[in-house]
Design a binder for this molecule. Structure first.
Ligand code: ADP
Ligand code: 5GP
Length: 217
């Protein structure tokens, strides 16, 4: 995510921003990302996983569904930006596509767990980490039950790690409470809007453009 050195594109933002969205299963990450996509452009990375598709999920849409052998080959060949094992399955971010999108200046959103987020922070220190949190454990449980995609046992498994996940919040840049969906989407969009004006990224090209313009005066 460095600024352009190409004279033709100098001064123009060449590199997109990298957002990481994490939070407990059922917190509303997918729902919020879908709503955000209606308001602003970004590439939503499609992860690779060894878990089985659930409900209406399709290969190449929600995830790339692969076998453990295929996933492990991808790890060996260096095709993943990060990966983690959660609930007994591998989940990982394919590297090539997201890198290409960032390089052409498009924002990228990764919807990944707290272990993955920590790895991304190491590779891209300027990534923007957002944690989606439900208003309470009771609300989270009832949303997971209503979603109806997991058995009671799987729901218990997911609930059992929520407090551990929430303890990672201080490592994030922002958190959004997903109580009222419209407010949560508004807050997430506000974060993305504010980040567009952040000076934490490389500002060198912008400064150089003004210096060059000054010389030409
Ligand atoms: P995640 O992607 O974090 O696992 P989902 O986006 O699938 O979570 O949301 C879990 C369930 O909760 C879904 O059935 C979704 O429709 C519902 N949901 C999400 N946000 C809200 C909200 N603010 N109020 C009520 N239900 C919600
Ligand atoms: P689910 O099985 O509910 O789709 O996802 C389970 C968990 O895996 C969620 O916390 C989700 O954010 C996480 N996850 C999804 N894709 C990735 C990924 O590419 N990398 C990592 N580290 N976690 C992921």
């Amino acid at each position: 995510m460095s600024a352009s050195r190409n004279p033709e594109t100098k001064g123009k933002p060449m590199s997109g921003k990298l957002y990481v969205i994490s939070g407990p299963s059922g917190a509303g990450k997918g729902t919020i990302c879908r709503e955000l996509a209606k308001l602003t452009d970004f590439y939503l990375s499609i992860s690779m996983t060894t878990r089985a598709p659930r409900g209406t999920e399709q290969d190449g849409v929600e995830y790339f569904f692969v076998t453990r052998e295929e996933f492990e080959r991808e790890i060996r060949e260096g095709g993943l930006l990060e990966y983690a094992e959660t609930y007994g399955n591998y989940y990982g971010t394919p590297k090539r596509k997201m890198e290409a999108q960032l390089a052409k200046g498009r924002d990228v959103v990764l919807e990944i767990d707290v272990k993955g987020a920590a790895q991304v922070r190491e590779i891209y220190p300027e990534a923007i980490l957002i944690f989606i949190i439900p208003p309470s454990l009771a609300v989270l449980k009832s949303r997971l039950e209503k979603r109806g995609t997991e058995t009671q046992e799987k729901i218990r498994e997911r609930m059992s790690i929520v407090a551990r996940e929430v303890r990672e919040i201080p490592k994030y840049d922002y958190y959004v409470v997903n109580d009222d969906l419209a407010i949560a989407v508004r807050d997430a969009k506000a974060i993305m809007d504010a980040e567009k004006c952040s000076v934490r990224g490389p500002m060198t090209d912008l400064i150089e453009r003004f210096e060059e313009e000054e010389k030409a005066l």
